[in-house]
Design a protein around this ligand. Structure first.
Ligand SMILES: Nc1ncnc2c1ncn2[C@@H]1O[C@H](COP(=O)(O)OP(=O)(O)OP(=O)(O)O)[C@@H](O)[C@H]1O
Length: 312
């Protein structure tokens, strides 16, 4: 059984005339890594700020663990990293965490455990200002981890990191998820969301335009066929496989069927006297889908049967 630990219902935030978040209804389930994906200015941070009680919604509701954001139960069960960690530069990483830990009346070993979890145990005594950006972000995650919350809300945790720092942060998030934390993270980095998230919500211009698993969103695998004459190949394949499964992508055809049908596709084309130049397995990246959804144009394809514009 899945349980929804974050639920929003038509969550909306308006700043004057501008609607930053427009009737967003999303759910994050216990145990998952949920990617909140959207281009710059789409409304990700504003949504996360409403979830953490930093900003009041104009209308609609949000609940975390069945309670309102800001409630003490929510605060105890949720760790937050939003818009970069704020730490004292002249204090060590450990002392920065001690300040937070004492303020929250957590046991003394919480700091050591959090530093250990993010791989900073050996650098905990160094001053914060000497940390690399990746270490600063990891200390931010350590701060979110104090008290071992069930849910981590991380706003663009890899923002500004170099590729190695990004990889480390991704690894850390996967480890945290494997050790039982649910994670909701925002990102505009499609590749990282694709790699580490179980489900994603896509927000564009304040609206949630899709919510599903990464696999569902990508629409599974298909076949790419380069054949001559192309139009005739499309007709033959539609006769074999049904209408609506063949789409034109550049000078090739995208055929929305299981790659296991490749031998059959090859046979029928060759039997029809068509020259087959390429037949390959094709996986749409989340990037293809994302561009198709948020800008109406895609570097790849979008077949009618594969249209990911749905909220499950
Ligand atoms: N306090 C505010 N006052 C007025 N407008 C705001 C405020 N906060 C956010 N906005 C506007 O709301 C919209 C959504 O902003 P938000 O920061 O939530 O987007 P985002 O998806 O997190 O973008 P980014 O990836 O660039 O951080 C933007 O147009 C932004 O300018």
């Amino acid at each position: 059984m899945t349980s929804d630990i974050v639920v929003t219902d038509k969550l909306t935030k308006r700043y004057g005339e501008h609607t930053a978040v427009d009737a967003v209804s999303l759910t994050v389930r216990a145990g998952e890594v949920y990617g909140f994906l959207g281009p710059n200015g789409a409304g990700k941070t504003t949504t996360l700020r409403m979830l953490t009680g930093l900003v009041r919604p104009t209308s609609g509701t949000a609940t975390l663990f069945g309670c309102t954001p800001g409630d003490s139960t929510v605060a105890a069960r949720t760790g937050v990293l939003i818009e970069g960690p704020g730490f004292f530069p002249y204090l060590s990483g450990r002392d920065n965490l001690r300040v937070l830990s004492r303020y929250r009346r957590l046991p003394d070993d919480a700091v050591q455990s959090a530093l250990h979890r993010v791989g900073l145990r050996d650098r905990g005594h160094d001053r914060f200002r000497t940390y690399s950006l990746g270490m600063k972000q990891r200390l931010g995650v350590a701060a979110a981890l104090l008290g071992e919350p069930d849910l981590l809300i991380l706003d663009e945790p890899t923002n500004g990191l170099d590729p190695a720092g990004m990889a480390e942060m991704r690894e850390l998030i996967v480890e945290l998820a494997n050790s039982g934390h649910s994670v909701m993270l925002s990102s505009h980095m499609l590749s990282e969301v694709q790699e580490i998230c179980d489900r994603v919500g896509v927000i564009s211009r304040g609206e949630l335009i899709a919510q599903s698993t990464v696999a569902e969103l990508r629409g599974g695998t298909s076949l790419l066929v380069r054949a001559d004459p192309r139009e005739r190949a499309a007709t033959v394949l539609e006769e074999l496989l049904g209408r609506g499964v063949v789409d034109t992508v550049g000078d090739a055809l995208a055929v929305a069927v299981s790659p296991e049908l490749a031998p059959k596709v090859a046979r029928v084309l060759v039997d029809a006297g068509i020259d087959l130049h390429e037949l390959s397995r094709r996986e749409r990246s989340l990037e293809d889908v994302f561009f198709a959804m948020t800008s109406g144009s895609s570097p790849g394809d979008r077949t009618a049967s594969n249209d990911p514009r749905r909220v499950s």
